[in-house]
Write a new protein. Structure first.
Length: 595
């Protein structure tokens, strides 16, 4: 945007505005000194006007070779502090660095807390520590030394790269913010460090994932609540580098404050936790209006003082019901299309409350729906579950380098950019698969009666002679409704950089005669190291059920046999074969048999 002609014509006007802003800032910001261990230390403090007493304190530490002024400019938290009324201190490290193994800077932080209590009468139970890069490393170090002095921790783009230590004196709330393209402190190391704190805090090992969260580039992972109601949060900033992110309407400092303000060292509110469902739910209803089975919500509620009087259940602001005695279980019914916030609010006998929530998004599908839009290598995507006969994975899982996971293909020619790899290491029947809408995932697929078609592009990963794969529609308890076996036309040859073309689009048409919850499974052959790659899969409703008029019409009139490479054969010896049963109405289904 170009400046107006008046501003452009009057340079002195800009100087006057700048000076005025600096004057206003100076009223609430000051650079001050403090002596710790006979060393003069200095810091910048920002205190809003009309602060009052008993207000929180946020301490924000700079990165290596940076300083307090640079950290203040990057975090840009003054407007948040003005609204919420809290003090912010930006300390300077010695030689623009931090002691991340000893106690020199730990004593500095403790001295600052004392100083802020003396000058601003801050609430010592609501002190929060944050830091960028090396300041983030120091934040993790402080968790192990002064967890009894800091109510919540907020590291940014920094963690102990030499390995984490999880010896805090109490469970600690953590919100960690990090860019996926950070070339200074690698994003890839965040997961293992947070996993250690998730375990120490007694949080659920499966995170709740909000993607996107407030902006398209942010994924928010939440583990918890754990012991004493604490949570561990990862704010994953896609394609962001080694800096504090403040764009697309999302400010890192604001997110830190929203998280930290929930915690205090002397909390009296009850602890409430939704134990089931374990994550937000995505409901897909095909062929009719939103109709779902009741969702059972299980809650644990523990008082810090007194006893629990009730647990109330809400859909947004609408009260659904209350439970006054354990077990705190409630059935949510009749959800309509759209997004719902299901909240459990625990109230103790003194009227203190605490809440836990999850989201339900209900979509009504009427046309072709692609359910394999994979966009991230090294993951099992949300809504999918895999098995290789040894290891079972339930998405969302990331950071995977072996086993069933999404591959990104980079050859000069390739028929799809991403594909989900599944394998059967032992050859155990029906134990090599990739399944969409498995009952362990966050996705629920409901189909109204109708005639449907699944279209899928499948290849082999490392099967030079080609290995068949089966597509199956199953009930949520594992009963097969319809299945067909296909032999891929392409083997990618075990390298994501290979070019490949000629992948078939396989089609499976079937009837659904009863409304219900279903899963779609892609099975490998039941032989050791059989595999498949699902590159693109979709489902569409063709119309009303084609129907089978008589029971006899579904009776097989002939059987066809194929070897495991998909070649038509006449069984002449014992072994594994694919048996294809063809009915009088032309329908068919296949299975692997031992003769």
């Amino acid at each position: 945007m170009k400046p107006t002609s008046k501003l452009k014509a009057s340079p002195s006007w800009g100087k006057m505005v700048g000076a005025f802003l600096l004057f206003l800032f100076a009223l609430t910001t000051s650079a001050e000194d403090i002596t710790v261990d006979n060393i003069k230390r200095n810091y910048i403090v920002y205190a809003p006007k009309n602060l009052g007493t008993g207000r929180p304190l946020l301490i924000s530490c700079h990165g290596m070779n940076q300083d307090a002024a640079y950290q203040r400019n990057m975090l840009s938290i003054e407007s948040v502090a003005d609204t919420a009324k809290f003090v912010t201190v930006f300390p300077n490290g010695i030689d623009k660095s931090w002691d991340i193994s000893g106690d020199q800077d730990i004593r500095y932080i403790l001295a600052l807390i004392d100083e802020m209590e003396n000058k601003y009468s801050i609430d010592r139970n609501r002190v929060y520590l944050s830091g960028f890069s090396m300041g983030g490393m120091f934040t993790y170090h402080a968790m192990t030394r002064i967890a009894d002095k800091i109510a919540a921790f907020a590291p940014i783009s920094g963690y102990p790269m030499w390995g984490g230590s999880y010896t805090s004196s109490r469970p600690v709330p953590i919100i960690h913010t990090h860019g996926t393209s950070d070339d200074v402190v690698d994003f890839g190391g965040v997961a293992s460090v947070l996993a250690g704190w998730v375990k120490r805090n007694g949080c659920p090992t499966q995170a709740k994932v909000q993607k996107p969260y407030r902006a398209s580039h942010i994924t928010r992972h939440t583990w918890g609540p754990g012991e004493e109601g604490v949570e561990v949060v990862l704010m994953e900033m896609a394609d962001k580098g080694h800096w504090i992110s403040n764009d697309n309407g999302v400010k890192t400092g604001e997110e830190i404050w929203k998280f930290c303000k929930r915690y205090s060292l002397n909390m009296k509110e009850p602890i409430v936790r939704i134990t089931s469902p374990k994550n937000d739910l995505r409901i897909l209803t095909f062929g009719g209006s939103t109709t779902i089975n009741p969702i059972q919500v299980d809650v644990t509620a523990t008082p810090r003082e007194g006893k629990i009087a009730k647990v109330s259940f809400y859909d947004g602001s609408k009260l659904l019901g209350e439970v006054t005695e354990a077990p705190y279980t409630f059935s949510v019914e009749s959800l309509t299309k759209g997004k719902h916030t299901i909240q459990a609010v625990a109230t103790d006998d003194a009227g203190r409350t605490a809440s836990s929530e999850f989201f339900v998004t209900a979509n009504e599908l009427s046309s072709n729906y692609v359910f394999s839009l994979f966009k991230e290598a090294g993951t099992v995507p949300e809504g999918w579950a895999t098995s290789d006969s040894q290891d079972e994975r339930v998405g969302y899982e990331s950071g995977l380098t072996t086993g069933c996971r999404v591959f990104q293909f980079t050859g000069a020619q390739h028929d799809f950019d991403y594909g989900l790899y599944a394998r059967n290491m032992r050859g155990t029947p029906k134990k090599g698969y990739a399944r969409f809408a498995d009952n362990r995932t966050t996705t629920m697929l409901y189909l109204h009666p109708g005639n449907y078609q699944i279209l899928a592009r499948m290849a082999n990963w490392n099967r030079p002679n080609l290995s068949p794969a089966t597509i199956a529609l199953e009930t949520i308890d594992g009963q097969t409704i319809h299945a067909e076996t296909f032999t891929p036309a392409v083997n990618i040859a075990c390298n994501t950089a290979n070019s490949f073309t000629g992948v078939n689009t396989d089609e499976m048409t079937f009837d659904v005669n009863e409304f219900g919850q279903y899963a779609i499974t892609f099975y490998t052959a039941d032989v050791a190291w059989a595999d498949l790659i699902v590159g693109r899969a979709s489902i569409r409703r063709l119309g009303e059920p084609a129907g089978i008029s008589t029971p006899e019409a579904d009776t097989p009139v002939r059987y066809e046999y194929y070897n495991l490479q998909g070649q038509h054969v006449t069984p002449s010896s014992s072994g594994l074969y694919i048996q294809k049963a063809v009915s009088a109405n032309g329908k068919s289904h296949s299975r692997v048999i031992l003769r």
